[in-house]
Ligand binder design. Sequence first.
Ligand code: PMP
Length: 423
Amino acid sequence: MVDFAAIRAQFPILDQEIHGHPLVYLDSAATSQKPQCVIDAETDFYRTINAGVHRGAHELAARSTEAFEQARAKVARLVGANSAEGEEEIVVTAGATAGLNLLATAFGNASLGRGGEAARRFALKPGDEIVVSKAEHHSVLLPFQELAARTGATLKWFDLTEDGRIRSDTADEVITERTKVVSITHVGNTTGAITDIAPIVRRAHEVGALFILDACQSVPHLKVDFHALDVDFAAWSAHKMYGPTGVGFLYGRRELLEALPPANFGGSMVELAWMDQPAQYMTPPARFEAGTQPVAQVVAAGVAADWMMAIGMENIEAHERTITSELLKLGDIDGVRILGPRGNERRIGTVAFDVAGVHPHDVGQFIDAQGIAIRVGHHCAQPVHRHFGLYASNRASSGVYNTPDEARALVEAVAKVRPFFKA
Ligand code: PMP
């Protein structure tokens, strides 16, 4: 049995009052809080081994490089990726947004003929299709919309069910012989719905398209194995999985990373550079990690990955399910509508809701006055809000540190919103 009270006690930020009430943090889909071991890992790094990685002959540089590569291996273990030297499948990025833009830029470069014959599989031309869904975060939608505009490819998308699930059952119609790239979220950041990606991945591969997974909202909450899921690429951020801000990871199947041309250029990604000849780039992951790396943050993200694995992803999932059950009671309140699946199956504890007649900003402020932090706005996912006939919503989202009592406190507070505003 995991002692979740002891786990919660590892988060110093939670031990405070907001507006005279104990803080209830229900905004982990935006960013999670950090356990003491992650906070310590960052400061310990600066106190003891801070140095640039992969260069310099001195001892600190060697230790720093070792810590950086060990962190990569820990993160790889969390998501079932390879990390042996020469077989690395995890690229360090500045976050999910950076990882998705890296892919879109690299595919754009391949479309210009960069990367030669090996990179042809990433190239797009007019008539080709890129497929996303209406449930995507803007960091999926916009890079691929831009890529379509730059290459002349057509952007297509999966529609959603009434409760906001991606219509995986339409994979055979949406994905065609012309489809080259499919990018889909594993878990909706508004609906909390877990996508049934298997039929989409199968269909993408049947027509020879690449499948990219936005794993931002799955890696922190579910046991995820990218090899078992058979995805080609996946992007996510460390700050939502109890790690630091400013870093994230891009998974790529090794042979794809080897064929992919670089997107960012600069130091530490090139074997040979001349004034009058094309440069020779390094093998992955270095080819995609131009510039000085956020070493302290990556090391701390590795500690976060280890910390999650020590608790056990199955245990985290089961614990959060108890929070989700309470959060879903929001739907029983008169005038409150849940934007997403109303049952506690194939979903996580991210529950967006609308309070009839009360603007989300008013809801958020009313809830905040009671020390409860939730998100209001469109959560960088406008199309899914349009699907529900709204521009904005309220969103409560759980983390490993939440308790069912906290979820109940939110439900009680939301029940008072409409009477208060006389909506
Ligand atoms: N995709 C999803 C599903 C997300 O929830 C987020 C973060 N809100 C992102 C992408 C972008 O992540 P980041 O802002 O950390 O780059």
